[in-house]
Design a protein around this ligand. Structure first.
Ligand SMILES: C[S@@+](CC[C@H](N)C(=O)[O-])C[C@H]1O[C@@H](n2cnc3c(N)ncnc32)[C@H](O)[C@@H]1O
Length: 399
């Protein structure tokens, strides 16, 4: 059924997210089908992302006004959270309260009075930092311990600009923070037809670190649909992209064709050894994705405290494969779009402890850095995703 308004759409999507769906996917799919003006689409997006990015804080603000929030019908709960989000955003009462009361009347008329009363009584309360940032306590405390502060996580709660990577010269686009990255300020379009690909600059930089020469062979491990492979191929490298997931690779192959780029795709479980080697190897490993909370706002409520350690075990196994596939004298880049200690420095320390034939090389990072050690953690500022990069050189090591 077609939603009648951006508000109704937002409530419907948030209910699906609560049942396990992914906001970005649900929203993209719904908005693609609706003949709404861009303004309405942008409003629905603002509501969904805003409510999810600040969910813990919104519940905290609503708490004094609700006796048993868990007993409310889920739709009404989301109406209250969305109304609270608009209040926090600074929307005036007259424009904010009655549309949500009307929405409540449609779904649960007997609770419309409650919605009206609660939304008019909201007031700011002093909240603990982890609540204000809408982070789960386990992650917030781990970050505070490891980085000495957690204020950087506010960056995850700001709207996300759309960055694109350009594979050929472009004009008229605002440059992003690194070469070949630009800001896309228009609506959705057929990006590959323009020689562009939506990509966060922090993700692009992992590929730039490899710095391949034209014609040089590159192994793109855990390449997925191939965002990093496209860039490397556009720089003239001979790219072989490996991943476990053939569906992602098929999508990558289609995009590569549209972009006019050549990437060889091979499907393999990379916990098993590879049958080829190269001087340049990139492992963009699967991870908990805590650096992508801005575009995947629901993820923070789904992760559990054991996830980083569990992922680090897999990452180390993948790194073993990548290490064996790196030729002597060659370079191995390990990157993850997450900011946990376990999956960054933890993996680096464990790996280097077992592999004296690899030495870490400094990474001149063009972004704000949260912490550097063996590798570098990128701060999620200015629309950047949080990332960890480790650059390794395989040296001639004889025992
Ligand atoms: C961070 S994503 C890669 C994103 C990709 N490099 C890009 O830039 O578009 C991690 C990838 O690891 C793949 N993966 C997970 N476990 C794997 C395994 N055991 N062997 C090979 N690939 C694996 C997933 O299918 C996923 O595509």
């Amino acid at each position: 059924m077609r939603p009648e308004s951006p508000r109704a759409l937002a409530v419907g999507i948030l209910l699906e997210v609560e049942r396990g769906g992914r906001a970005q996917l649900l929203l993209d799919r719904a908005l693609d089908r609706l003949p709404w003006p861009e303004r309405d689409k942008a409003y629905a997006t603002h509501l969904v992302y805003g409510a999810l990015r600040r969910l813990r804080f919104l519940d905290f603000l609503l708490e004094p006004h609700l006796k048993r929030p868990h007993r409310l019908p889920p739709r009404v709960r989301w109406i209250l959270r969305l109304g609270a989000w608009e209040w926090l955003w600074g929307k005036a009462d007259h424009a904010r309260v009655s549309p949500w009361v009307e929405e409540a009347k449609r779904v649960s008329p007997r609770l419309a009075g409650l919605v009206n009363a609660v939304l008019r009584r909201l007031h700011l309360r002093e909240a603990p930092e982890c609540v204000r940032l809408s982070l789960p306590d386990w992650l917030c405390l781990a970050w505070r311990d490891f980085f000495g502060q957690v204020a950087f996580a506010q960056g995850f709660n700001e709207p996300a600009p759309l960055f694109v990577t350009a594979y050929r010269p472009v004009e008229g686009l605002r440059p992003g923070p690194i070469p070949d990255s630009y800001l896309w300020e228009g609506g959705k379009t057929d990006f590959s037809a323009l020689g562009l690909q939506p990509q966060n600059p922090a993700s692009l930089f992992a590929a730039q670190l490899l710095d391949p020469a034209p014609g040089e062979k590159v192994l793109d491990l855990c390449g997925g649909a191939g965002l990093k492979a496209f860039y490397l191929a556009a720089k003239g490298a001979e790219v072989v992209s490996y991943d476990l997931n053939p569906k992602r690779q098929e999508a990558g192959e289609r995009t590569a064709r549209k972009l006019g780029l050549r990437v060889a795709y091979r499907t393999q479980d990379l916990t098993e050894p590879l049958s080829e080697k190269a001087k340049k190897v990139l492992l963009d490993a699967p991870c908990t994705g805590t650096g992508t909370f801005r575009s995947h706002p629901e993820l923070r409520y789904r992760l559990v405290a054991e996830d980083p350690r569990r992922m680090a075990e897999l990452q180390l196994r993948l790194l073993e494969t990548a290490a064996r596939a790196t030729e002597e004298g060659g370079m191995l880049i390990y990157s993850v779009c997450t900011l946990t200690e376990e999956e960054g420095e933890g993996v680096a320390q464990a790996f280097l402890g077992r592999h004296p034939e690899f030495v870490p090389e400094p990474t001149a990072c063009p972004f704000p850095v949260l912490r550097s050690g063996l590798g570098v953690y990128v701060a999620p500022e200015g629309g950047l995703d949080g990332f960890y990069y480790l650059r390794l050189r395989k040296v001639n090591f004889k025992t």
